[in-house]
Design a protein around this ligand. Sequence first.
Ligand SMILES: Cc1ncc(COP(=O)(O)O)c(C=O)c1O
Length: 246
Amino acid sequence: MDRQGNLILQYGEPRGFTPLREELAEDHKDVTEDEILVSNGSLQILDIITQLYVKPNDHVVVERPSYDRAITIFDRAGGQVVGVDLQKDGVDLEEFERILDTYQPELFYTIADFHNPTGVTTSREKRERIAEIAAKNGTLIVEDSPYRKLRYRGEEEPTLRSFKPENVLEISSFSKLICPSIRVGWVMGQPSIVQEIADYAEDTYVTPNLLSQGIANRLIRDGWLEENLRELISSTALDYRQPWIV
Ligand SMILES: Cc1ncc(COP(=O)(O)O)c(C=O)c1O
């Protein structure tokens, strides 16, 4: 409040608090701040993307099973939700290709890192194929990655966005890294789509919650977030070694 109260107490940029967008761009490395919009939680962004891209009877493909609230958002827009079986390393690729050929869906919604509810992480090979198949069919991918940073062991897989940046919107959130009530989530994607989302957002709520975004920005700049992440990972990784968790 002392340092940036003049910005965070006012209406402002519909894309979110600029210092936070700069911070996120620096963290992700493969995006610029023009390719990032920060909003009131990632579900709000998923709802905007759905309003923009899913018209009644359009098809939306999801992993089977998938996150219930995402399915509710697609249903509410009148989308026809089609599931593809999830295997240990991601969706069944043959079924995925067949479904995309058959329905030419508008969206494929995926949680490629530590999937909710199954915990599955999609393999690198499948990520690359999924990105190619979706691009060939003109299906926009929404890659929802709130758990990506909560990796307890092993190497990070590349994002789907890294394979086809023009055809993937990656959304993420501080809900699991700071706390859910802060309601700060973001989307990264090609500038023209981010601009469309920003226009819709401005017409809906003028400015997202800049006070929360200012708090998130401070927690990053003061090093608290990094420390909290280390703490979350080390305490949960300890539990992970307990024999009752398989
Ligand atoms: C896959 C997934 N996406 C989104 C969310 C909600 O994110 P937010 O709180 O940023 O709206 C959750 C919360 O459980 C989730 O599991």
